[in-house]
Design a protein around this ligand. Structure first.
Ligand SMILES: *Cc1c(COP(=O)(O)O)cnc(C)c1O
Length: 405
């Protein structure tokens, strides 16, 4: 399908909105994406026509809901090129998936074992590992990053040893936009038999990862960052880990048989899906993936790279403006500050002009500590943003600078 930005924008009802009297310019896509009509329709259709609990009923509605939910799982499996549908576990999102793995590894780690994370992780990818280390006596090592916001690969290689049990890195940094070399990271970790979990929350709206080619052990993402609803995501785990890892929560759906003496667990993926899941969310996640594939990931990448290049060069023309995250491999995230001005003040002023950017530490305080700044202004672009919107942003930032300095 050819890329027609005006046609695409019509799919997103919220983009017609005005904010403070101005047309909305939504540049907070790294926090959450907007939803196309196709996904909204899918949600309305579910609740209007076949809402029922799944996997339990023999009645028609329950079967329709179960079918739609499982078809969505298969869609997601194909999209990410997982080997089997049961390797896709529905979660409430990235954070849930990470915690599920961290909890499971409690049983495998002992004192002195090592876990490696990167210096550019989201808080949801730091705290569960610190908790895991407290429970087990394992040690957390951190791959440092350079001034450009690139992981220092040679330092990572030095950290790896037979003590390393787990490596956790995000695919793309939400605060800097850096794309990490995950294939190389996974290969190196496997040389010492360490498992790898990749946080894909920030990548799946921009690129289509091939999980079998990556040979990754675990991969997590959230639907809401890829045009789907909030409160649903997936944890991919290789079959061997699915069999090895203990269940995370007890409850309905995850059991094969319960007596007061002993409970046997259901097979994959149900072992990890206790309780009634976000059925509608799971189905709508599939609709979001269909939508993104219809737009086409090549189109998405090309358009977003144009936005990134233009925004970078135009913003850098503003005197005193500094961009954080300047590596060659990055997605359409521009994190910046203007000398002498607090990011929060810029964010507040541009909001008055209808522009949504994020200000603050972006759940990545260690990165802010590294640069010795309180936070940044972050403009993150999606495929439905336009070059004109970049101009609107740049002009608004110039105005904010004039008002504040
Ligand atoms: C958004 C994000 C998360 C957290 O995702 P939730 O949907 O809030 O669980 C984790 N890591 C990265 C890189 C993110 O961008």
């Amino acid at each position: 399908m050819p890329f027609n930005i005006q046609k695409i924008r019509k799919d997103f009802p919220i983009l017609k909105r005005k904010v403070n009297g101005y047309p909305l310019v939504y540049l907070d896509n790294a926090a959450t994406s907007q939803k196309p009509q196709q996904v909204i329709d899918c949600i309305v259709d579910y609740y209007s026509n076949y809402n029922a609990n799944i996997h339990r009923g023999v009645h028609t509605l329950s079967q329709e809901a179960t079918d739609a939910y499982e078809i969505s799982r298969q869609k997601i499996q194909k999209h990410f090129n997982a080997k089997n549908p049961f390797e896709i576990i529905f979660t409430s999102g990235t954070t849930h998936g990470i915690n599920l793995v961290a909890q499971g590894f409690s049983e495998f780690l002992k004192e002195g074992d090592e876990i490696i994370v990167s210096a550019m992780e989201h808080h949801s990818n730091i705290v569960p590992w610190q908790m895991l280390c407290e429970r087990t006596g394992a040690i957390l090592n951190v791959i440092p990053m350079s001034e450009q916001g690139i992981l220092v690969f040679s330092e990572y290689e030095k950290m790896l040893s037979e003590k390393t049990k787990l490596v956790f890195v995000n695919h793309i940094s939400n605060a800097l936009g850096t794309i990490n070399p995950i294939k190389k990271i996974i290969e190196k970790a496997h040389e010492v038999d360490a498992a790898v979990l990749i946080d894909g929350a920030q990548s799946c709206s921009h690129i289509k990862p091939d999980l079998q080619a990556l040979d990754v052990d675990f991969y997590v993402t959230s639907a809401h960052k890829m045009c789907g609803p909030t409160g649903v995501g997936i944890l991919y785990m290789k079959e061997k880990w699915g069999n090895k890892l203990p269940p995370y929560q007890g409850g309905g759906e995850m059991i094969a048989e319960v007596t007061f003496e002993k409970t046997t667990y259901a097979g994959l993926p149900h072992k990890f899906e206790a309780g009634t899941p976000n059925i509608c969310g799971g189905i709508a996640f599939g609709a979001a993936i269909d939508y993104l594939n219809e737009v086409g990931f090549q189109n998405i990448e090309k358009h977003e790279n144009e936005l990134l290049a233009y925004a970078t060069s135009e913003l850098l023309k503003i005197e005193g403006l500094k961009i954080y995250g300047t590596g060659p491999d990055k997605t359409s995230v521009v994190s910046f500050n203007i000398e002498g001005i607090h990011p929060y003040d810029i964010g507040t002023i541009v909001d008055k002009m209808g522009i949504a950017v994020r200000t603050g530490h972006h759940c990545a305080q260690p990165i802010m500590d590294f640069y010795k700044i309180p936070g940044t202004v972050r403009a993150s672009f999606a495929f439905y943003n336009t070059i004109e919107e970049v101009d609107i942003l740049v002009n608004a930032v110039k105005k904010a600078k004039m008002m504040l300095s």
